[in-house]
Design a protein around this ligand. Sequence first.
Ligand code: C2E
Ligand code: MG
Ligand code: MG
Ligand code: MG
Length: 284
Amino acid sequence: LAKDSGRNHHQFYTPELEGRASRMLNQEQLLRQAIALGGFELHYQPLVRTDNSALAGFEALVRWRHPQRGLVSPEEFVPFAESRGLITAIDRWVLRQACSQARAWHALGLPRVPVAVNMSALEFRHHNLAAEVATVLAETGLPPQLLHLELTESTLMQSDVQVQHTLRALQQLGVELAIDDFGTGYSSLAYLKRHPIHQLKIDRSFVNDIAESDDDAAIVKAIVQMAHSLRLHTVAEGVETAAQFDRLRELGCELVQGFHIAPPMAAEEARQWQTKYCHARQAQ
Ligand code: C2E
Ligand code: MG
Ligand code: MG
Ligand code: MG
């Protein structure tokens, strides 16, 4: 702590600060243990098409199996893991696990749909991500077209050549790239023509009130139209009601994801869900 705040500052240790510092240290140790010993699990949330409701893929979402707190949401530990340089190890585990899970489902005869994995912005700069992705695909046997990587707008705003190289190399592998939480980041859209993006995931803050608010519907409509003229696909996140689903279909958004379809589910539950969902659709 004293070191973090710089040499020229005096840092007085109060019991309160000490408590906080030791809690953080403890969190970091627990997180390191989880990385070393496999203390995470993936939940899978389906994406479906708005035109015919067909299953179109899954997003893999990580949870931390915390010894005291149970399953901890990524919102609570991903930023912390990023600040401690631990996110890369976690994302690597997620990547491998998600690819091998998707491959296992396909081998069981379930629909050969893609799996999407979230990647922290840090990955695109400091690591040879494309080579590692190629290795994981080769080792798990998942075809590159069935892996999607989700990145944030802030990743693409880095004008770093390293980021550009990584994205091009991923595209050459055949992996598809999606922009997560689209619309919440920077307002410049220049990066859309600079980078090989395939899909925009419209943030759920625009989806929430889409059935009641003409303004939100207008924003989503504009995003969908722009995406289509750039030959990009659109996904709406956080779809919770039938009314939202219908409105999104009318606006031309191709894919949806959200509690209205299904929540993120543990692997075995997601397998059962797919089986039932596909049978129900065939029976229709
Ligand atoms: P995200 O990628 O935008 O994921 C969507 C989040 O929305 C998930 O939260 C999901 O559970 C939640 N969600 C899905 N449908 C609905 C809905 O209908 N309504 C509402 N209110 N929420 C819905 P989750 O699982 O807590 O993940 C939070 C964020 O953590 C993710 O946002 C993603 O940015 C990050 N994350 C998740 N897994 C990973 C990972 O493996 N690596 C990295 N770097 N980040 C991850
Ligand atoms: Mg995501
Ligand atoms: Mg998102
Ligand atoms: Mg999000």
